[in-house]
Design a protein around this ligand. Structure first.
Ligand SMILES: Nc1nc2c(c(=O)[nH]1)N[C@H]1C(S)=C(S)[C@@H](COP(=O)(O)OP(=O)(O)OC[C@H]3O[C@@H](n4cnc5c(=O)[nH]c(N)nc54)[C@H](O)[C@@H]3O)O[C@H]1N2
Ligand SMILES: Nc1nc2c(c(=O)[nH]1)N[C@H]1C(S)=C(S)[C@@H](COP(=O)(O)OP(=O)(O)OC[C@H]3O[C@@H](n4cnc5c(=O)[nH]c(N)nc54)[C@H](O)[C@@H]3O)O[C@H]1N2
Ligand SMILES: [Mo]
Length: 743
């Protein structure tokens, strides 16, 4: 198993991917523009860029380089490609093959009953879409999905179009991602976003990384962790597997570190059982409470609690009702390690908790986040420098899309502002989220499904069920840069709208445009493509929305779509007028490093109904699996971006050339009589339902006992559609009960 992340192999790997896709010199040119103040935002993750100096060697990581190689590839999916490959034959190919086929060059149409996509003009494409949309019995028969790469400008225009049409059916990838964070944080702290800045991470005395694999998914976060260490901070990582990046980090841009061997990051690794996090937090907080009682005022921040919070008594009462030994046992972590963890929590005053999918994709995902908040509130570790909440976002603009109104449950104030600004009457009834949308499709309630990016079919749970549901639609429309499975599992008719990528020049009537994005820490900044489009037939995402709106509403529209299309400054003016925090948007977004959006929790202001931060009661989840069954988490390899498969290796975990694997504890293997690389089948059991995925290789791995790990999206077929988080409806992708069957 790999103990070090990044370093020289990472540089080699980035260059390999880049040179394969675009040739070495073009590749280096592209990389040098990425995340620079005059360049484009990395299409990878949402980790922020430093406000001040940026590395002249490039602000990117290995996986950012892979993301851009994938998007700036020289390979093309042309009308000829579609003529040679039927939808049926393409659907037999792997996700890896589909992704590697290249950039889509022309609008394409799959007519009802046809076997092949055919080239179509944009005008015809919009008119087919408009015909379907205009003949719906109700706008609620259409659904408009968004993946988190879409820029603020495109997202705003898109939601406006959808609400002008008359529905709030705006599910997004967030529904499957950080929705539990948004729900848990809004309720307790009054804002659904994290509270910390990059500076805070540098200043923190203790950073707890829970349910996250930054070495792979947010590599630039390692630089911040290393900085924290340099300043004397401690890092604890809580994970069923010891992820490489959580251990030692070598900054590939620091030649000295490459030679010396890097910074040891994790001081304490806690091998939690899958979903043992609340139990761990309870055990640690019981020890904190004990220490506080012995030396009052030294552990908890009682002033902060008295002035800024409510619900403390109920929280303490529930905490004390837990049995320490039982909490320890439930967490799966040895008691002495929990005591070491608690000691750090007792001593340190500036604490940050970072988390990602390991906490959110659970039935009790919202409760996980609320318990993290309890811990931080007890320590007064919020609303001050070096402390706070850090949900580490996924897609590079997923947070911005939500700020722009991509949400099925919009707030009244926002809708009222849209109504006023555009003289429209937006609908008040909430729309479908991702899971509700799939169920509605299964019930034949959805006739048109449109996706602004993403790969809905592969990203959603219960692949077989979802695939059938999707085929009930009359028309599916995918706005995409690259080919994926969602182009192949379609409605009766299907359209592909090929679009510009982030790194490409976007020229409209008023000249070259830029867009803006919001990163994981609420900084809004500009992103401007520099390269020639992959094909002359591509449209930008805002242009696609404007043309579609024009085709649907014609002259009857009270919204002036043309002016927005001509100049994105106009879209930004609309944003400024309808969304808080965007004053002087057009001016401030042009500043080199952008600007911070207001964040109450960061300043110690809690915009909850009572204006207080809230302690909550979150009992230890006691969900058990049947004897002999396993708890399965579906995770990402080092060589993929969600459903885009860059390569077949998972280098940091030492797994090469195979994705259908089951990471399994040695003792569990012994008990089951499995040999390394033995082929098995997986059967998920949920209520009285069974789902099967065949032919996986068992790989002996240092993973918590009773737990197994498999890769997303191969095992999405095993994730039951009805297994969702309470309060966020997020599919439970990290806790799937499975039976492992010898092949
Ligand atoms: N290169 C690359 N970068 C990406 C992505 C990508 O696919 N590739 N995806 C982007 C997106 S959209 C997102 S949301 C993020 C995802 O970033 P992550 O959340 O880091 O991604 P996952 O692979 O889902 O990893 C979840 C981690 O949680 C651990 N885990 C699982 N269950 C539990 C649990 O019950 N408790 C605890 N404590 N840990 C658990 C797993 O072992 C794993 O380390 O990354 C973003 N960045
Ligand atoms: N089992 C399991 N399922 C999961 C997860 C898990 O951990 N386990 N994670 C969930 C999470 S966190 C997320 S965020 C979702 C991800 O769900 P999605 O966001 O829907 O999926 P992606 O794979 O990121 O989408 C990739 C596609 O986006 C398109 N694309 C790329 N760039 C652009 C662009 O600039 N514009 C446009 N229009 N299209 C573009 C390309 O065609 C590419 O094929 O998956 C979720 N599903
Ligand atoms: Mo995500």
């Amino acid at each position: 198993m790999k103990k070090k992340a990044a370093g020289v192999p990472a540089v080699m790997s980035s260059l390999k991917h880049i040179s394969e896709e675009l040739g070495i010199w073009q590749g280096i040119k592209v990389l040098n523009k990425m995340n620079q103040k005059d360049g484009f935002d990395c299409p990878g993750c949402a980790w922020p860029d430093p406000d001040g100096k940026r590395s002249s060697l490039g602000e990117y990581c290995e996986n950012g380089a892979k993301a851009i190689a994938e998007e700036a590839t020289k390979k093309r999916v042309t009308p000829d490609f579609f003529a040679q490959n039927s939808v049926e034959s393409l659907s037999q190919k792997t996700d890896y093959f589909l992704g590697k086929a290249g950039r889509i060059t022309h609008p394409m149409y799959l007519a009802e009953g046809e076997s092949h996509y055919k080239q179509i003009s944009w005008k015809e494409a919009f008119s087919i879409a408009a015909k379907h949309i205009n003949k719906l019995n109700s706008p609620d028969e259409a659904v408009f999905y968004t993946s988190g790469r879409t820029s603020n400008e495109a997202a705003y225009a898109y939601q406006l179009f959808v609400r002008q049409l008359g529905t709030n059916n705006l599910p997004d990838c967030s529904n499957m991602c950080h929705e539990s964070s948004g729900a848990g944080l809004s309720e307790t702290l009054g804002i659904g976003k994290g509270s910390v800045t990059l500076e805070d991470l540098h200043e923190a005395e203790l950073i707890v990384v829970m349910g996250q694999n930054p070495g792979t998914n947010h590599p630039r976060m390692l630089t911040a962790l290393a900085e924290c260490k340099k300043n004397g901070g401690s890092i604890v990582s809580v994970n069923p597997i010891p992820e490489a990046g959580n251990n030692v980090f070598i900054n590939p841009q620091s030649p000295i570190q490459v030679i010396k061997g890097g910074t040891k990051l994790t001081d304490l690794y806690l091998q939690v059982r899958i979903n043992g996090d609340v139990a761990l937090l309870k055990a640690a907080q019981l020890l904190m409470l004990e220490a506080e009682k012995k030396h009052p005022g030294t552990v908890f921040d009682n002033d902060f609690i008295a002035q800024n919070t409510e619900g403390y008594d109920a929280y303490i009462k529930e905490l004390e009702s837990n049995d320490f030994a039982e909490a320890v046992a439930e967490s799966g972590i040895p008691e002495d390690q929990i005591r070491s963890f608690a000691q750090l929590l007792i001593e340190k005053k500036k604490i940050i908790v970072c988390w990602a999918m390991g906490l959110t994709q659970h039935e009790n995902g919202v409760q996980n986040i609320r318990e993290v908040v309890n811990l931080l509130l007890a320590k007064g570790s919020i609303g001050k420098p070096g402390a706070g909440t850090c949900p580490v976002r996924g897609h590079s603009n997923v947070q911005g899309d939500r700020t722009m109104g991509i949400w099925e449950k919009p707030k009244e104030g926002f809708l009222a502002a849209l109504d006023k600004r555009f003289s429209i009457s937006t609908p008040r009834e909430h729309g479908y989220d991702a899971v509700e949308c799939i169920k509605a499709m299964a019930e034949n309630k959805v006739k048109v499904f449109m996706a602004m990016g993403g790969n809905f079919i592969s990203a959603t749970p219960d692949s077989a069920y979802t695939g059938e549901a999707m085929q009930n639609c009359d028309l599916t429309i995918q706005v995409s840069t690259k080919l994926n499975r969602s182009h192949l599992v379609t409605g009766k008719e299907a359209l592909i709208f090929p679009c510009l990528s982030r790194s490409e020049k976007d020229i409209q009537d008023s000249g070259q445009q830029f867009v803006s994005v919001e990163n994981s820490m609420g900084i809004v900044h500009k992103s401007r493509g520099n390269f020639d489009p992959a094909s002359e037939h591509l449209l930008s995402e805002p242009a696609i929305v404007a043309h579609l709106a024009n085709a649907v509403f014609g002259d009857a529209s009270t919204v002036d779509w043309k002016s927005m299309l001509e100049n994105y400054d106009v879209i930004r003016d609309h944003i400024e007028a309808t969304i808080q925090g965007f004053d002087n948007y057009n001016e401030r977004v042009r500043k080199p490093a952008g600007f911070y959006l207001p964040n109450g929790a960061r300043n110690g202001e809690f915009n909850t109904d009572s204006k207080k931060a809230k302690f909550t009661v979150n009992p230890i989840p006691r969900k058990k699996v049947k004897d002999g069954n396993f708890i399965m988490m579906t995770i990402r390899t080092h060589d993929q971006y969600n459903t885009t498969i860059y390569g077949m290796d998972d280098r940091y975990r030492g797994i090469l050339n195979e994705r259908r694997v089951v990471l399994m504890n040695k003792e569990d293997m012994l008990e089951k009589g499995f040999k390394n690389l033995e082929v098995v089948h997986l059967k998920s059991v949920f209520k009285d339902e069974e789902r099967l995925a065949n032919n996986f290789k068992v790989v002996e791995y240092n993973i918590a006992k009773g737990c197994i790990g498999t890769y997303f999206p191969e095992t999405n077929v095993l994730v039951p559609i009805d297994s969702v988080a309470k309060g966020s409806n997020t599919p439970v992708s990290k806790f799937v009960e499975v039976e492992i069957i010898k092949a």
